[in-house]
Design a protein around this ligand. Sequence first.
Ligand SMILES: Nc1ncnc2c1ncn2[C@@H]1O[C@H](COP(=O)(O)OP(=O)(O)OP(=O)(O)O)[C@@H](O)[C@H]1O
Ligand SMILES: [Mg+2]
Length: 227
Amino acid sequence: MNTESGAVLKAENLHKNYIQGDLEIPVLGGLNFELARAEQVAVVGRSGSGKSTLMHVLAGLDTPDKGSVLVDGVDLASADNDTRARVRSHSMGFVYQNHHLLPEFSALENVAMPLRIDGNDRPTAEDNAAHLLSEVGLKNRLGHLPHQLSGGERQRVAVARALAGDPKIILADEPTGNLDAETAAQVIELMHTMSAEHGCAFLVVTHDPSALPSFSRVVRLADGILT
Ligand SMILES: Nc1ncnc2c1ncn2[C@@H]1O[C@H](COP(=O)(O)OP(=O)(O)OP(=O)(O)O)[C@@H](O)[C@H]1O
Ligand SMILES: [Mg+2]
């Protein structure tokens, strides 16, 4: 289910301050944001501007002091833990800077894992996982453990895993931060391709200016709001 505006994610009037002892750090100050179906948006902003905080709030991992985050007709800012977990696993996928693959499991098992947790039997989960890995160019790496893969290949596995379960939204916080420029460009291009083929929106935090022209929209976080 989409929001009334047709957005797959809609954040309104987000406020978030961190309190550290006597210090109050304002991070989000009335931020609004909408992500349309299959839209590919880059988030930029200087270090410390609150990009990761924003991603955590949009992912339902952190709660804002004020405001709402609508996904699938649910406000993640006010939903209980079970509801947030359900929306996260059904509608959202995540790609991290440090792949976060389980080290003792193969590429195939890592991608199949969310499908197994979602209740699919092993052959179905592994069939889907193999298909996704083939789509990201890794059909000959199914049995490789994360440490047997290159950095770029690990991020491809992470993209495949994020797409398992067919989410409408993928959130990625500096997914290419640990890669060289050429590999980073390939991973960003892969995200665009997968976004188009799966009809999935991507919201990507990046510090890499050369990646920006490929996005349909670039938003800048400064002074607690996006422009
Ligand atoms: N758990 C926390 N407790 C207190 N302050 C925090 C916490 N998390 C982040 N901050 C502060 O909030 C601000 C925003 O941090 P955040 O990590 O969101 O920035 P960022 O834009 O992602 O930076 P970078 O580009 O370096 O990753 C920073 O000033 C940071 O020190
Ligand atoms: Mg960050």
